[in-house]
Design a protein around this ligand. Structure first.
Ligand code: PMT
Length: 410
């Protein structure tokens, strides 16, 4: 099993020629199931293009403690809390010294002080710098505080010298991280959804008006993808029916791509018969244009009107036709969220519902969310947290409900 599924890795990149390997490192981490965000030091930007790291991680790269826009989106303290692990690779002699003395004069060192996540470094520097008593003393201090070190390897260095100081290869770093996470987890930890099949919808639907235009919404798919990763990590066989998103398929998850609400309905109905759980996290259009023009609609003098007709309700159909399936729906509301969530759970016959407030700055597209959860056991709030953490909590709860159902039926 891939040990990085659902792990949030904050990668700090500092000034070393080895920074050119970090796009490959990010790809390796993502392929192993991790959600990766990157913070660059000022010197790192001389060795690797932020755009390359943004493209492979799927997140904007952070490099400035004083960037107001980036801070509004996810502040440095939020970023420090977001991380399950802070990996600094390559770690220059300079950053090791600054970590050892607890400095916080740039974004990366501030996060390193503010995080409670384990810190792992993969040093890279000239072999004389690595062997210097100052660097040795800094490493001793950091290791005594619980930081772990991967490498450095012995080999050819940038200055055409040979010695200890090469950053470990990306594949070695990913494997070492997987190993450390495996060791942190309880051995033989039970997988609460082992043997269960979980079908999840995520992302937006697109309802065509003509060959070039469609109606859609702001869903990024993050909530549904986080649920898919959490269910896979809990041992389930997971099928994700996804509207258009820019997200990578979580490791161990099978994805079916769809466009419209009708496509999503058909894909779900084709997969549901053998599912134990259905999670409707997609923002499915309630209406679609009544007619889809065969050719691009031409501009004319007057105004135009679009007649909309209802789409079929996927989750309501699942709960009606497959009452044995455990159904978790979402309620996306701009007002009276709690009342609407209770009402939707009853009306659609759902086992559980998670209400969330949506809007330009809420839920859609964000890394975090806050939920109001209702099921037969009662109502509770999940305080604002990352979608990854909320998904793990929801999956743990639904696994418990399934186990209770099973116990009640024997
Ligand atoms: O994707 P993100 O950017 O991470 O944002 C997450 C989210 C806000 C999209 C997610 O948390 C969420 O709320 N998803 C449900 C959005 C929605 O369509 O809510 P609703 O209240 O309109 O629908 C209620 C439930 O019925 C949902 O489970 C929905 O998937 C389902 N539904 C709705 C219409 C329809 N035709 N078929 C359905 O199955």
């Amino acid at each position: 099993m891939q040990r990085l599924i659902g792990q949030r890795v904050l990668l700090g990149v500092t000034g070393s020629i080895a920074a050119y390997k970090t796009p490959a490192l990010v790809r390796g981490l993502v392929a192993a199931g991790a959600d990766v965000q990157v913070v660059l030091s000022a010197a790192a930007k001389r060795f690797v293009a932020p755009m390359a790291l943004a493209a492979v991680s799927g997140h904007a790269v952070r490099d400035d403690l004083w960037d107001e826009n980036a801070e509004l989106n996810m502040g440095h303290i939020e970023l420090a809390r977001w991380a399950d692990v802070l990996l600094i690779a390559p770690a220059s002699a300079d950053v090791l010294a600054r970590l050892a003395t607890g400095q916080a004069d740039d974004l990366l060192t501030t996060i390193a002080l503010a995080t409670t996540a384990p810190v792992i470094v993969a040093p890279a520097m000239n072999h004389v710098m690595w062997a210097h008593p100052a660097t040795e003393a800094n490493m001793d201090t950091l290791i005594a505080r619980g930081l772990t070190c991967i490498g450095p390897d012995v080999g050819a260095l940038a200055e055409r010298e040979t010695g200890a100081g090469r950053m470990s290869e990306p594949t070695t770093i990913v494997a070492a991280l997987e190993q450390q996470i495996a060791e942190r987890e309880t051995p033989d930890q039970p997988e609460p959804l082992a043997g269960r099949r979980v079908l999840i919808t995520a992302g937006p639907t697109r309802e065509a008006l003509d060959p070039v235009r469609y109606l859609t919404n702001h869903s990024s798919g993050r909530m549904g993808y986080a649920l898919a990763a959490a269910a896979a990590a809990a041992g389930a066989e997971v099928v994700l029916v996804s509207g258009a998103t820019a997200l990578a398929v979580p490791e161990g998850v099978a994805r079916i791509d769809v466009e419209s609400a009708a496509d999503m309905h058909a894909a779900v109905m084709a997969e549901i018969a053998t599912a134990d759980v259905f999670i409707g996290a997609a923002a499915v259009a309630d209406y679609r244009p009544a007619d889809v023009a065969a050719h691009k609609i031409k501009k004319s003098e007057g105004d135009a009107e679009i007649r909309l007709v209802r789409t079929r309700d996927i989750i309501a159909d699942v709960s009606e036709r497959y009452p044995q399936v455990f159904t978790l729906g979402f309620a996306a509301e701009t007002t009276n969220m709690e009342a609407a969530a209770r009402d939707k759970r009853t009306r659609k016959g759902l086992s559980m519902i998670a209400g969330n407030v949506v809007g330009p700055n809420d839920a859609f597209g964000r890394e975090d969310n806050a939920l109001f959860v209702v099921d037969a056991a009662g109502e509770r709030y999940y305080e604002r947290d990352s979608k990854t953490a909320l998904a793990k909590r929801l999956v743990a709860e639904l696994a418990q409900r399934l186990a209770e159902r099973h116990t009640a039926s024997i």
